[in-house]
Design a protein around this ligand. Structure first.
Ligand code: HEC
Ligand code: HEC
Ligand code: HEC
Ligand code: HEC
Ligand code: HEC
Ligand code: HEC
Ligand code: HEC
Length: 261
């Protein structure tokens, strides 16, 4: 299998109802490792007969905007940008291992286009994708309407549930909920990788101060940090809010309403 350079024309056309909101075309050169000797691009329509469900769901995926630019083909080629040109596969009646690429669980197929994501997964703290312990499609359905749900996951699955599948400890119901959790795990964690421990956006109290802005007012000396009704000026100098025996139960607590433990 060779590597070849394609120009992928990414038509960013958003259609809502009958209203055309915006339409522009961004050209990018991407190295697509999928080449199937002797095969040509045939367009998504050629897959419909045999893979009806994929083709039906696909227009709602952000990947439907991707297409391989070929002089002689106007049809949408989203499927083939990941799976390779499909003419020979279709001609032999399809089948596993029949002139088509199945990227399966390998991230390299995704990294061809998502260079930023590749860089994130190379950071010192990361979800172990490169280590082969998990993969992109456990969090992203490459075909469906909802790219932020796991492939073949429950239709109900939403952002937090996709983390819950593997992290039960942080997602089980608690007596004293931390309302931050309602905004999703990603308000505090980077899902791919981070320079900070535990994939946190920030390593220090700034992570929490984004929402817990300090209170100004009568009785509060300038320069003092008051959060809730408690003067935190000295407390935050001890370190991160969740360390030093303070709010160790950031995900919620069964015992303490102030999330101390
Ligand atoms: C963004 C890349 C991407 C695009 C675009 C894409 N696919 Fe896929 N496809 C994948 C990946 C990754 C897998 C493997 C998923 C897995 O193993 O869970 C896959 C698997 C499949 C399979 C095998 C399913 C099975 O039972 O193992 C079929 C069939 C398929 N895709 C058809 C299509 C069709 C048809 C389209 C266009 C409507 C399409 N794909 C568009 C990435 C893509
Ligand atoms: C004539 C029917 C037919 C057409 C047309 C067809 N396929 Fe398939 N394809 C199949 C069958 C059958 C399988 C085996 C699926 C299975 O066993 O569940 C398959 C398997 C696949 C797989 C998985 C391959 C593997 O090795 O695991 C991919 C990916 C795929 N098709 C993509 C496509 C794409 C993209 C198109 C359109 C360009 C397309 N197919 C057109 C019948 C077809
Ligand atoms: C051929 C290039 C290409 C490949 C291969 C590809 N993508 Fe994409 N992906 C795109 C483009 C283009 C977009 C739309 C970006 C935009 O709207 O700005 C996109 C969007 C996404 C998004 C959603 C971004 C958002 O903001 O909603 C996710 C998640 C994603 N891709 C994951 C994957 C995964 C997982 C794979 C591998 C199975 C993959 N991609 C393979 C080109 C690609
Ligand atoms: C642990 C689950 C998880 C895994 C594994 C994962 N992602 Fe994501 N990804 C997410 C979440 C959650 C978001 C949304 C981030 C947000 O909204 O802040 C996201 C966002 C994205 C985006 C949109 C741009 C961005 O960074 O916000 C792309 C592209 C993407 N992921 C590609 C990939 C690729 C490629 C892989 C595999 C190498 C992958 N992801 C693996 C959870 C995951
Ligand atoms: C498919 C399973 C899976 C999914 C889904 C998943 N994770 Fe993970 N997560 C892991 C694994 C495996 C590790 C590495 C654990 C280790 O090395 O001990 C990890 C590590 C982490 C860590 C760092 C833990 C530590 O002790 O350093 C955080 C934080 C995290 N995940 C958050 C999330 C968030 C947020 C989501 C949803 C966007 C998510 N995870 C989705 C499997 C998953
Ligand atoms: C309000 C911010 C915040 C939110 C929201 C949040 N986390 Fe965390 N999470 C943290 C902090 C801070 C740590 C580090 C705790 C420590 O080191 O003691 C952490 C640690 C973790 C760890 C590592 C294990 C541990 O307890 O040290 C995992 C796994 C994790 N979080 C998963 C999740 C998941 C899954 C969600 C969503 C359901 C989530 N987190 C939502 C702040 C948050
Ligand atoms: C996305 C916004 C958001 C982030 C980020 C956030 N919180 Fe919260 N937190 C809330 C909301 C909303 C409440 C409930 C209202 C209140 O008590 O202020 C709350 C409540 C709390 C409480 C209970 C208040 C009490 O009565 O004692 C503590 C403790 C707390 N958060 C600690 C933290 C810590 C520690 C962090 C950083 C790891 C953090 N929060 C990050 C939104 C957030």
């Amino acid at each position: 299998m060779f590597r070849r350079n394609f120009i992928l024309g990414v038509g960013l056309c958003a259609v809502t109802g009958a209203v055309l909101l915006s339409c522009s075309t961004v050209e990018r050169t991407v190295v697509v490792p999928v080449d199937i000797p002797g095969a040509t691009f045939v367009g998504n329509g050629a897959c419909y007969e045999c893979h009806t469900n994929f083709v039906r769901a696909f227009p709602f995926s952000p990947h439907a905007r991707v297409r391989v630019e070929t002089a002689d083909l106007k049809a949408s080629t989203g499927c083939e940008s990941c799976h390779g040109p499909g003419s020979k596969h279709a001609a032999v009646g399809g089948g596993r291992g029949q002139f088509i690429v199945n990227p399966g669980k390998t991230a390299s197929a995704c990294f061809e286009c998502h260079l930023q994501t590749r860089a994130e997964f190379a950071l010192p703290q990361r979800h172990p994708v490169a280590e082969g312990k998990m993969n992109c499609v456990q969090c992203h359905d490459p075909h469906g309407r909802d790219i932020l749900k796991p492939a073949r996951g429950l239709a109900m699955a939403r952002l937090n549930e996709s983390c819950a599948g593997c992290h039960r400890e942080q997602t089980k119901p608690v007596v004293y909920e931390h309302e931050a959790m309602r905004e999703g795990c990603t308000v505090c964690h980077q899902p791919h990788g981070s320079i900070n421990a535990k994939l946190l956006h920030q390593p220090d109290p700034n992570l929490c101060l984004r929402c817990h802005a300090q209170v100004q007012g009568p009785g509060v000396r300038p320069g003092d940090l008051v959060i809730g009704k408690v003067n935190h000026t000295l407390l935050v100098s001890r370190g991160a809010c969740w360390a030093s025996g303070c709010h160790t139960a950031v995900h919620g607590s069964n015992i303490n309403p102030h999330l101390l433990y």
